[in-house]
Design a binder for this molecule. Structure first.
Ligand code: UD1
Ligand code: CA
Length: 452
């Protein structure tokens, strides 16, 4: 069972938002902590909330979580004491901080294993610059004392071993120590660390050292938030490199942790991949590709400065430069979308092409159709959206306005500059424009100079 202490304020981030709702690599830091606990096999999650509790609960309304209110934030010890009323009987509590988002599931498993044969366990890390974190004093392989930085002597401050804020503690025993807490003389808070110190004088508490001290990073400032973001993004980049993805400029790409990329795909500088994006193998994503919640098949090329959001792009497609695929855009194998083309809620069949300057919304475009420059599906009549259907192999001339609902049949053609508001049967040509009038010698008769 996991308990997450998440009642802190955002004040040290100079923010009105509850601290745990600030995002790290695209997700609120509390979401990251909760999914780590789940991945480590924690079946029941209790989350202590206080400041901004309503906003926090709302952000996680779809998750199975027991919310525990801590009406006043009187310290980490007071926060954990709040969960006593939710529990009956004995339990092993894995206690995490909502503001330490880089912990890996394997680390939770290690701390849990370290507690076997001891009363409890805590995670410790060695940091070059331990800053304001609690310092660990050990004796014979067991915890002797945790000293908060504000209370530490010079000698204790020099210690580089710090308290991560991750513990495995037995209930109900821990509540006896929490009930006896006195406010800290410096900050006036009830410290969970003081309860551990009292327990450590009577029982063995094992220390489990993190293999990767970066996991200990707690978020107490905007600079920490940026560091945590970069750490998670770099972690994902390194994993993908291991899996055969080429990052030409690893420090200049952003890949959120949930993104999947196939082998032999090459990412240029300034590529951003976020949300639940999957990219296939042998793709090439050029400078400035911004891709969120999208699926790209294999052998896809995304040319520079293209935006893909909620798009589904089939094998061998080519997108951009400067293309925009919005939610519901679906490109089937080998389709092409070129510069300044916007696609929303529309399917382009295999090999269909829209090379330049078009808006394709709420449309169905058949295989091999060619959409000329400047074509617009006029999908909105001011009240409702309507569909445009374009058949296989159709040729939509440049600057055609397709006033939906409208259907152009297979192999049909529309003349450039036409406003099409009646269906065009398969194989037909539809032209809607006035005939050109040509007036000879117009310039001379108007007394204009002949240009040389
Ligand atoms: C705490 C530890 C410190 C450790 C550090 C690791 C204590 C006293 N100190 O310090 O030894 O090195 O974490 O990051 O525990 N919270 C509540 N209710 C409260 C107060 C805090 O829910 O009344 C939550 C916060 O939202 C946060 C977590 O508990 O998620 C830790 O609290 P914080 O005030 O950030 O503790 P630190 O000063 O970082
Ligand atoms: Ca903290």
């Amino acid at each position: 069972m996991a308990v997450v202490l998440a009642a802190g304020q955002g004040t040290r981030l100079r923010s009105e938002r509850p601290k745990v709702l600030h995002e790290v690599a695209g997700r609120p830091m509390l979401a990251r902590v909760l999914s780590t606990a789940r991945a480590a096999g924690c079946s029941r999650l209790l989350v202590v909330v206080g400041h901004g509790a309503a906003a926090v609960r709302e952000a996680f309304a779809d998750q199975e979580v027991t919310w525990v209110e801590q009406p006043e934030q009187l310290g980490t010890g007071h926060a954990l004491a709040q969960v006593e009323r939710q529990l009956d009987g004995a339990a092993r509590l894995l206690v995490l901080s909502g503001d330490v988002p880089l912990i890996r599931p394997a680390t939770l498993e290690r701390v849990t294993a370290a507690a076997t044969g001891s009363w409890g366990a805590l995670a410790v890390a060695r940091l070059e610059r331990p800053g304001s974190l609690g310092r660990i004093v050990m004796a014979e392989g067991r915890l002797r004392r945790i000293v908060e930085a504000a209370n530490a002597s010079q000698a204790e401050l020099a210690s580089q071993q710090i308290n991560v804020g991750l513990y495995l503690l037995p209930a109900p025993q821990i509540f006896t120590y929490l009930a006896a807490l006195e406010p800290d003389p410096v900050k006036g808070e009830l410290y969970l660390t003081d309860a551990l110190n009292a327990a450590a004088s009577e029982h063995a508490i094992a220390a489990c050292e993190l293999a990767d001290p970066d996991e200990a990073l707690g978020i107490n400032s905007q600079a920490d938030l940026a560091r945590a973001h970069r750490a998670l993004v770099d972690r994902r980049g390194a994993e993908l490199q291991q899996a055969g993805v080429t990052l030409l400029e690893p420090t200049r790409v952003t890949i959120e942790p949930e993104v999947e990329v196939g082998a032999d795909t090459v990412l240029d500088a300034d590529v951003w991949l976020g949300g639940l994006t999957t990219v296939g193998s042998r793709c090439r994503l050029h400078q400035g590709a911004w891709i969120r919640d999208s699926r790209l098949g294999d052998d896809v090329e995304v040319a520079p400065y293209s935006v893909l959001d909620g798009a589904d792009v089939g094998d061998g497609c080519r997108v951009g430069p400067y293309a925009r695929l919005r939610p519901g855009a679906r490109l089937e194998a080998g389709a092409r979308v070129g510069n300044f083309v916007e696609v929303k809620n529309a399917r382009l069949g295999p090999g269909a092409k829209a090379g330049h300057l078009a808006y394709l919304g709420d449309a169905e475009i058949g295989a091999g159709a060619n959409i000329g420059a400047g074509v617009v599906t006029c999908n909105y009549d001011g009240r409702a959206k309507h569909r445009t259907v374009i058949g296989e192999g159709a040729f939509i001339g440049s600057d055609t306005m397709l006033v939906a609902p409208v259907e152009v049949g297979d192999e049909a053609v529309t003349g450039a500059g036409s406003v099409i508001n009646n269906d065009v049967p398969p194989g037909a040509l539809a032209v809607e424009r006035s005939r050109q009038r040509t007036v000879p010698d117009w310039s001379r008769r108007r007394g204009r100079k002949k240009s040389s």
